[in-house]
Design a protein around this ligand. Structure first.
Ligand code: GAL
Length: 442
């Protein structure tokens, strides 16, 4: 058997990622709580409910598990609707609560990465027009300022906005997220305001904390043409530019190009210190002249790719390399801010994990400046419009009893984190089917 070990750089961050609404529970003051309560929005009528019960204290046990299993970082988000429950009210108790959690992370040896906006909006903000309103960036800036003031002694790694592309496509073009619109003008306005909001938050954080590292987290979807046809090629390029490239590109050029529209946003120039990449899977796209309602695009996973139990994700590890290659053009540090798979039986996850981390190791050796990896997620949590039907946790969750279930993936990830490396011996033990791909004998 091949004996080899793939080492990661010293100081590499190994963690998991979570988001407030998906783990905290007990919040009825944001747009998702309302969306969940309206029939027909969430698969099986699921509700986030108590979620993973973090707000009432179970963050402690989950972060104990993270630290005990070799992780040295954690990415979490701060829920705006808790910190600013009404336009004229800031909740100091909520800020204290988050201070306690972040202090708890540091006490456990977990470097905090803090996200300010992870899909949810306070109801007051949403009801006055959400990110469509011109005032949105300035309102978000005030929240960012409160957060950096509150946590500056403990945090210097910030994510302004999580997956603005998913927020826009799912809420304003695809109807999966609130407000469930299908309106390209609104989508463009929201994209523009999210960029302005990001830029305003970036500058607010920098005013308070010069040595901070501030960026956003992009959902990078690998998009390839399904055939050699020039139509499919043009379509793939268009989709890549709109979905993957537009936000980060605007921060470099000061001009947003999204869909067929453009807008100058000069204040966005230079407002990222790193690239945050969330990568899950790849699509092949085909021009379909009859598919009007799908905007003439047919999407499919690459033929033969292994699929997750609900068919939501195909295991395509080299798409992560592609994403890191794309990110490297910006000449900034890169963090993989999410990567993972829904798999309640944990049959596929160990394989998905080692194969994706192998691609991260390759990228590091191509000298792409990758500084850390955050697996989605630490424990099963509420998966938005898919409710509880999809299980992304290293740890399983029994939603009724709140019991945590240790999956084998916990152990494989723990060994990788502890050794800061992937060894042939580990892969042989946890994911033997991946062995020949990762450790070919010649
Ligand atoms: C991402 C999102 C996360 C999580 C994950 C898995 O798009 O940022 O909140 O839900 O997908 O579905």
């Amino acid at each position: 058997m091949v004996q080899a070990t793939y080492h990661f750089p010293d100081g590499f961050l190994w963690g998991t990622a979570t988001a407030a609404h998906q783990v905290e529970g007990g919040n009825d003051n944001n747009n998702w709580s309302r969306w969940e309560a309206e029939p027909g929005h969430i698969l099986n009528g699921d509700r986030s409910g108590s979620a993973c019960d973090w707000w009432r204290g179970r963050w402690k046990e989950d972060l104990d598990r993270a630290a005990e299993t070799g992780q040295n970082a954690h990415r979490l988000s701060i829920e705006w609707s808790r910190v600013q429950p009404a336009p004229d009210r800031w909740d100091e108790d909520a800020l204290d609560h988050y201070r306690e959690i972040i202090r708890g992370m540091r006490a456990r040896g977990l470097t905090p990465m803090v996200t300010l906006h992870h899909f949810t909006d306070p109801l007051w903000f949403y009801d006055q027009g959400g990110w469509e309103q011109e005032a949105a960036p300035a309102l978000f800036e005030q929240f960012a300022l409160r957060a950096v003031e509150a946590f500056k002694e403990m945090v210097n790694l910030w994510v302004t906005v999580n997956e603005p592309n998913v927020y826009v496509f799912s809420g304003y073009m695809g109807k999966d997220f609130p407000p469930g619109k299908s309106d390209t003008n609104a989508a463009f306005a929201v994209m523009r305001n999210l960029i302005r909001g990001h830029a305003a938050a970036y500058r607010a954080i920098k005013r308070v904390q010069k040595n901070s590292s501030v960026g956003f987290a992009l959902n990078y979807r690998s998009i390839k043409p399904a055939s050699a046809s020039p139509f499919d090629h043009a379509l793939a390029k268009f989709a890549h530019n709109s979905f993957n490239d537009s936000f980060a590109r605007t921060l470099q050029t000061g001009v947003l190009r999204f869909s067929a529209k453009r807008a100058a946003i000069p204040e966005a120039l230079g407002t990222q210190d790193y690239l945050g990449v969330n990568y899950y899977t790849r699509d092949l796209v085909r021009f379909a002249p009859l598919a009007r309602k799908d905007m003439f695009v047919k999407r499919a996973f690459p033929p033969g790719a292994e699929l997750s139990p609900n068919g939501f994700i195909a295991n395509v590890p080299d798409g992560l390399f592609e994403a890191l290659h794309w990110a490297s053009q910006y000449n900034l540090p890169i963090y993989i801010t999410e990567n993972g798979i829904e798999d309640s039986t944990d049959e596929l996850r160990p394989r998905y994990l080692v194969e994706h981390l192998h691609q991260v190791w390759r990228a590091v050796n191509f000298t792409y400046p990758v500084r850390g990896y955050f697996h989605w997620s630490l424990v099963d949590n509420f998966e938005w419009e898919r409710g509880w039907s999809q299980r992304f946790g290293l740890w399983g969750l029994d939603v009724q009893t709140q019991a945590r279930i240790r999956r084998r993936s916990v152990d494989v990830y723990a060994e990788i984190c502890r050794q800061n490396a992937i060894s042939a011996e580990m892969v042989q033990r946890y994911a033997p089917e991946s062995f020949d791909r990762l450790f070919p004998d010649r």
